[in-house]
Design a protein around this ligand. Structure first.
Ligand code: GLU
Length: 469
């Protein structure tokens, strides 16, 4: 049998890193076993589910490149199927109508709490046949009274829960809608899910779901309950201390490859390998190697991975992702070099793509103002001669390439009998507006000689103004 995994988000918000990691593990397991990955939108909570959240989840999945083989399925489109099965369980005596009013149940629970017991429905209507006419009711699942439920969990090992711990779960509300736990069970069965990978916050649902699956004569999937992700501060991951939404990571300038690599290692390992291409993840992934303890987010490590991918991924791919950041800044990319060229010379200098876009603006438009500190330091009267001579020599170049540019700078320094820095730094500030750039030969090469001459003029004007003030 081939494996089927699923990602089953409730669309009540954006895709957050915890969900993304669960999705990644599910996706990897399907890929690594030649199986199928299903996307299922669990939108039964109509009050809290929104189309924006569905769109945001799909946007996050697309950005990460986690493609699905089936779906998206929507639970709200499957109510007939759930209700048919609820009817079947009623007919088979495996479920029953419960007419207990909510306030009566509340009172029972209060008493149980006072007595130090776990609040639970006491099974009042389990075997009663004196059903009142026209009264509202819910439908409850007849949980077995004896025995234990065994969960074989790939992360947590074997877990046993006594049925006496579980009460009779509501599977249909008084308004006729099926409840969440029931829908999950039917879906996992209908979608032939073989491996359920989900957050550990669902572990309490699992024994109940297994009992319902058994009652339906459905196969029981294997489970992997993945632990929580904590923030950089070791506390519960929160918006206040960390980025949590997947698209926030895009906004901050991370590559999806870096985030995926980061997330796969957050709770899973293969020896001491840190860098994994997608193919390597697929090759080595196994559910049994997922760790049990909660993992704390480490932004430094994510940055390190991001730098690694910016430097090593094919420049055309990095360019595709970088483009968005330039667009955010309103850069007109048609007015300058191909993005690949920028990446070639800037990749070593940045931590994020956002930074890349910010520090590469001068390739596409003339900066408005010089960086004040750099200009004060390098655009001084003594730099005038160097700039004038460099401008002449650069303008005279017929074949604009890094070698000729470098030769022009060298000969300027030689003729004026000054160190390279005395030419290079003023020229750098003149051309880029700041004191920071890749080496001048490659930087200038990505501009054209007219642009360079114009910017040198601008620097000379700045020096002249300084002289006169
Ligand atoms: N819809 C659930 C959630 O978003 C996931 C349920 C499951 O994976 O079984 O937390």
């Amino acid at each position: 049998m081939t494996s089927v995994t699923r990602f089953a988000p409730s669309p009540t918000g954006y895709l957050h890193v915890g969900g993304a990691r669960t999705a990644l593990y599910s996706w990897l397991y399907a890929k690594s076993t030649g199986g199928k990955f299903v996307l299922r939108i669990e939108d039964t909570d109509i009050e809290r589910s929104t189309q924006e959240a569905i769109d945001a989840i799909i946007e996050g999945m697309n950005w990460l490149g986690l493609d699905w083989d089936e779906g998206p399925y929507y639970q709200t489109k499957r109510f007939d199927r759930y209700n048919d099965l609820i009817q079947q369980l009623l007919d088979e005596g495996k479920a029953y109508k419960c007419f207990m009013p909510a306030d009566e149940l509340d009172a029972i629970r209060e008493k149980q709490k006072e007595a130090g017991e776990k609040p639970r429905y006491p099974g009042t209507w389990r075997d009663r046949t004196d059903h009142p006419e026209g009264q509202p009711f819910v439908i409850r699942f007849k949980n077995p009274l004896d025995g234990t439920v065994t969960i074989k969990d790939h992360v947590r090992g074997t877990i046993e829960i006594a049925n006496s711990e579980l009460d009779d779960l509501i599977i249909q509300r008084s308004d006729g809608t099926p409840t969440y736990n029931f829908c999950v069970v039917v879906d996992d069965w209908d979608m032939q899910v073989s491996h359920v990978v989900r957050g550990e916050d669902h572990i309490n649902n699992t024994p109940r779901q297994i009992n319902i699956l058994k009652a339906l004569n459905a196969p029981i999937p294997e489970y992997a309950h993945v632990s929580m992700i904590l923030g950089d501060d070791g506390k519960k991951l929160s918006k206040r201390t960390n980025a949590v939404g997947v698209m926030e990571f895009r906004d901050q300038g991370y590559l999806p490859q870096a985030l995926l690599n980061y997330l796969v290692r957050l709770g899973w390992s293969h020896g001491d390998q840190e860098i994994f291409s997608i193919d390597e993840m697929i090759e080595h992934f196994s559910l049994d190697a997922i760790g049990q303890s909660a993992s704390a987010f480490n932004t430094e490590k994510l940055i390190w991975l991001n730098q690694h991918y910016i430097k090593t991924m094919p420049q055309s791919e990095v360019a595709e992702h970088a483009r968005w950041h330039f667009e955010q800044l309103g850069t007109d990319l048609s007015q300058g070099p191909a993005l690949e060229k920028i990446i070639e010379i800037q990749a070593d200098r940045v931590k994020t793509l956002k930074e890349l876009a910010e520090i590469s603006q001068y390739f596409y438009q003339e900066y408005e103002k010089f960086d004040e500190k750099a200009a004060k330091k390098h655009l001084r009267v003594v730099a005038k001669d160097a700039l004038l001579l460099a401008k002449d020599k650069l303008s005279a170049i017929t074949d604009w390439n890094p070698e000729n540019i470098q030769a022009a700078i060298n000969s300027t320094a030689e003729e004026l009998e000054v160190g390279m820095g005395k030419v290079g730094m003023p020229l750098r500030v003149a051309v880029t507006g700041s004191g920071n750039s890749p080496s001048l030969d490659v930087t200038l090469n990505l501009l054209n000689s007219e642009q360079v001459a114009q910017r040198i003029d601008k620097a000379l004007k700045y020096i002249a103004n300084r002289e006169n003030s």
